[in-house]
Write a new protein. Structure first.
Length: 166
């Protein structure tokens, strides 16, 4: 990778990094400890917006993450891909074992996705992106990381898929 931007970690978070190959023309739009928003200039003279995202780990602070994502979305006019660690599951199918998540938190996430017209990119391999590394009945797995695409971009990116590698 010949280009990139790294945002330092805060507390126990790992920070954010966006890397790209040297032949890509990428310009940064905005960034913070919870997002990196970039514009990728494509070969066909079109642009694609790519936003790397880190949702606040504290559920009481997560609305500020959603608000930041809404602000970024309001400026998007291109095909848009958003991906990263959202720190919340979309529904209880995204979780194996452990206590159920609060329905209100999942609904807030769904509302943001609907408002911004974002849909999950198909996961081809793997599913759970976080594991608590315990054993037996104490083992919990969740899909906290995901990539989404704007509904207007689906026809332009029909073969896009993600893989979960652990």
């Amino acid at each position: 990778m010949n280009g990139g931007l790294a945002v330092s970690a805060e507390g126990q978070s790992d920070g954010l990094t966006l890397l790209w190959k040297k032949d890509l023309d990428v310009s940064m739009q905005t960034y913070s400890k919870h997002h990196i928003d970039s514009l990728v200039h494509m070969e066909n003279n079109s642009n694609m917006r790519f936003t790397k995202f880190y949702g606040h780990a504290n559920p009481n602070m997560r609305n500020s993450s959603w608000e930041m994502l809404r602000r970024a979305g309001n400026s998007v006019q291109e095909d848009w891909v958003v991906g990263g660690d959202f720190n919340i599951i979309l529904n209880n199918d995204d979780k194996e074992c452990g206590r159920k998540k609060a329905q209100a938190d999942m609904q807030d996430f769904k509302d943001v996705m609907d408002k911004l017209a974002l849909v999950d990119i198909k996961t081809n391999r793997g599913w759970f992106t976080w594991v608590n590394n315990r054993e037996g009945k104490n083992l919990v797995k969740e899909k906290l990381d995901r990539y989404m695409v704007s509904t207007n971009a689906i026809n332009n990116l029909p073969f896009m898929e993600t893989n979960v590698v652990r």
